[in-house]
Design a protein around this ligand. Sequence first.
Ligand SMILES: NC(=O)c1ccc[n+]([C@@H]2O[C@H](COP(=O)([O-])OP(=O)(O)OC[C@H]3O[C@@H](n4cnc5c(N)ncnc54)[C@H](O)[C@@H]3O)[C@@H](O)[C@H]2O)c1
Length: 419
Amino acid sequence: MEQYTVTVIGLGFVGLTTALGLAEAGHRVYGVEKEPARLAQIQAGQLPFAEPNLDKALVRHLANGKFQATNNALTAATASQIIFLCVGTPCGDDGAADLQYLRQAIDDTLAAFTDGQYRLYVVKSTVPPGTTKRAIAPYLAEHQTPAMQIGLVNNPEFLREGYCWQDFIQADRIVCGCEDEEAEKIMRALYAPLAIPFHSVSLNTGEYIKYLSNSMLAAMISFANEMALLGEAIGDIEIARAFRILHEDRRWADGSMKSYVYPGCGYGGYCLPKDTKALQAQAKIYHAETKILDQVIALNEQMADKVAKRIMAQTKATDRIGILGLSFKPNSDDVRDTPAAKVIALLQENGYQEIMVYDPAANGLFAEKYPQLKVSYYSNAEDVCHDADIVVILTAWSEFREIRDKIRRKPFIDGRYLL
Ligand SMILES: NC(=O)c1ccc[n+]([C@@H]2O[C@H](COP(=O)([O-])OP(=O)(O)OC[C@H]3O[C@@H](n4cnc5c(N)ncnc54)[C@H](O)[C@@H]3O)[C@@H](O)[C@H]2O)c1
């Protein structure tokens, strides 16, 4: 087996999983993180976010020396043959993917190439189709000296938060956008120990597959929401039951796709909101029409407003509102772009003062990220049900189903069709 030394820049969900996954595959990995508190936590063997099984992998690979976390990108890159870029690509003001962190990660490591040895940049961050070829390669070319031998591929990541480790180690497929034979050989050898089907495709195709996947998932969620809103408008329709019966169709039988063909408060989290918008922005540049994608996004942006209006229609501003669930999905503590923050902000704009909230994993991160939202944090769902005048489910945690009788004793709104 070929053993590589790899640098992974950015130790978020994707970077830390990639770093530890490649260590598990037998490589020597440097993880580079610029945020001091996050770095210190990782160096101490603690995950900076909730993620099953990744915690054990972190402890294991720190102890066996396969993984080391540092803030020195240049030293790490100089010692490596492969440099993974796993930094954020958030939405800019116009919806387009903001590439500043990628450019910064390249600036931090490019000097490693001055020794004339071939090294490979792997763009694992999600970037819209066309970006590696038309933005990153030209950026490298601008800064490259004749002595530098730079390989460049993309390798989009399909992991789901809550299942990061399993989704990386036993991925369904590896997609590598690659137009350079030497680079393809290295990428195949790097991943070979994991024995996962490997697809080498053109640079644009690699990026396109990732956006195809996320836009398709977002479309299913928005369509399910549109149908649920129609059902609510007609009335006397058991919407949750209707969807569960839909899922009995054997074409849905074996899969987690069911959770996407199901209504709720709209999609949130880091990826679907920003990736659908980035694809929409990219389509504008290429003068392509995306009528369905436009509606997928528009409906999603209205969902928090619709949930807030449902709450306000049944309450007065002086009522005590109990919110169950803050993370964007169950089994995760990620609160980025979570519908709960939007619903609570809308309630507060409309004069609601007493909002009591509980999430099994995300109370702390929510308080940190949304300090402007004045809410009371509870340590369990029962107490929220006891103290509130109305209970609203905003995340489909299964533990809320277990106390459905307690929830039903009060007026309640099941924003996730969970009960
Ligand atoms: N979160 C997911 O479920 C998921 C899934 C697939 C793909 N992606 C994509 O992967 C990329 C990363 O996502 P994430 O959720 O891991 O992001 P994240 O924001 O959780 O992590 C990014 C990390 O990179 C660090 N960083 C930024 N610039 C740096 C630099 N120059 N040097 C060192 N560290 C730096 C940040 O401090 C942060 O810790 C994004 O493009 C995202 O769209 C995310």
